[in-house]
Write a protein of this length. Sequence first.
Length: 361
Amino acid sequence: MAGIAGELLATLDASQLAAAQWPFPSDDERRRWFYTPTDHGGLTLHGLAPAQQRLVMQLIDSALSRPGYITVSTVMGLENTLDQLEGWGAFWNFPRGRDPLRYFLRIFGTPGDADWGWRIGGHHVSLHITVRDGGIVSSTPCFLGADPAASPLLGGALLRPLAGCEDLARDLLASLDDAQRTLAIVSSVPPVDLVTANRAEISAGDRPLPLAQVWRDEFSGELRDLVEAIQSAEEDKLGLTESHLGVLAWTTTPKGLPASRMSPAQREILAALLDTYVGRVRLEFTERERARVAEHFDDLHFAWAGPDERGRPHYYRVQGPRILAEYDNTTRDGNHVHTVWRDPVNDFGVDELGTHRRSAH
């Protein structure tokens, strides 16, 4: 990973380097993140030659599992599908509103140093890798989305980049008895977006943010009015009320059905579901995360919001001491999915780096 990042940096000119490489940790910038097609900060693929673009993709691959890499590259290419779906007319204050090259790279620090990291972000992709002493110590937040969530392919097949995140959650929900469902289904109405949104740190009481904030507050005038109107229309369509938002708010004490009240078969489904999140990264880091989750498996809680019929807006989250897997599929009539894997303690490596720094003094 460090070798690829260093090779890429060596190909950049001075103006490209100024955008692409910042000191580590630069926490105010490093912990600012987005999943909308806004300015994520850094150097876009537009500004790179083909060989440099390939190095960016190699850097992404160096941190991810093969399924993780294929999913990321598919989501990036899905911008072309979305552009066609929207009639080629999306405009968000930049030349092409849906753009498979509008992904931003920023490297923090010097690759190969004791502490460094990188991120790549754009529409529906936000990857954050923190490295200490040559090993990944954090890969969260890790956001992947898909719009449309399902697209037709020749022969009747469907392109569903995040199918496992939905299907395994549905399998788990379908396996529950009445008493378990009563605990698991916390709201009849889902939120319009992720409850934790793109906050740098998860906190008790978090609710979905205004859409304009998730877009870096970059809109003004008529365009801002449009963004606010879109969110209001989606909330009205869902029937979302203050009461629903209160129930759905993130709390340090998890909501939903605890794994301790699941059968062995249900626990297997839950573990497989979590693998669609922690399995996004290289196996050695995935195994570490699996072990960390297993230590507190009984404390995991599965919470669902919305109807359980396919094609209807729905939401779920799995919450434990060291993991939050959050999923939202509510807009475009349940065909626009957001997923995020977070570590409530160690997003951006803050806990690992803090422990390391304390032990060094």
